[in-house]
Design a protein around this ligand. Structure first.
Ligand SMILES: [Zn+2]
Ligand SMILES: [Zn+2]
Length: 216
């Protein structure tokens, strides 16, 4: 089993974490607000990469702190943007309310969505084949991405190391979040990469179980 590099190149200010996956296809999971794009570019350059090297951008959900930076990458590389089918339209029409762009004092310019994701879709990057898990609750179209061989879980704002995403927002649903946590708890998880805060690269299933105990 080959090592695939995963690095967080975001997380500054209001930005979500931005995970860089260096595989045959170089991909990002989430793009931050775009307000710190210069820092993100600098972080990319540490791996001898530029925004133009990014070929695929997977958004875990529609919130501005995750999708605001999509446009910078599309403009730099023409990369494909993917998001769950329930939230694709929000990006296409440049919704500012449900995405919270307005809360950040920003407008979300329409984003072309190349690929709508559905539960149990597989996204092949090369060595890594990510399974799409529809995990609603924080938003109705929130997804997690799972790689069963290496037991890697990208959980967006569904689950953090030490907490869960808010469920008092438009399209949030506490019961749906609890169900999503129950689903994630069935997975073997060694490495957990959430949408905010620290990630865990060892024995990470305990974070899933803790969240389930508190919020399930
Ligand atoms: Zn977030
Ligand atoms: Zn969110």
């Amino acid at each position: 089993m080959k090592l695939v590099e995963i690095h967080n190149i975001g997380g500054q200010g209001f930005d979500s974490n931005i995970y860089l996956i260096i595989d045959k296809t170089i991909a990002l999971i989430d793009a931050g607000t775009g307000m710190n794009f210069e820092t993100v570019k600098r972080n990319l350059s540490k791996f001898n990469l530029k925004p133009s090297n990014i070929k695929l951008l997977l958004n875990t959900h529609c919130h501005y702190d995750h999708v605001g930076g999509d446009r910078d990458f599309i403009e730099a590389s023409g990369c494909e943007v993917a998001i769950h089918e329930l939230e694709a339209e929000l990006l296409r029409k440049g919704d500012c309310a449900i995405t919270f762009a307005g809360v950040f004092g920003k407008r979300l310019e329409p984003i072309e969505v190349a690929r709508e994701l559905h539960d149990s879709d597989r996204v092949k990057l090369g060595e890594l084949i990510l399974e799409v898990l529809h995990t609603p609750g924080h938003t109705q179209g929130s997804i997690s991405l799972y790689e069963p061989e290496r037991k890697i879980l990208f959980s967006g704002d569904t689950l953090f190391c030490g907490g869960v995403g808010r469920t008092d927002l438009p399209t949030s649903n506490g019961k749906a979040l609890a169900n999503s946590l129950r689903r994630l708890a069935k997975l073997e998880v060694e490495r957990l990469y959430p949408g905010h805060g620290p990630f865990a690269e060892k024995s990470a299933r305990r974070h899933v179980l803790e969240a389930l105990e508190l919020f399930g």
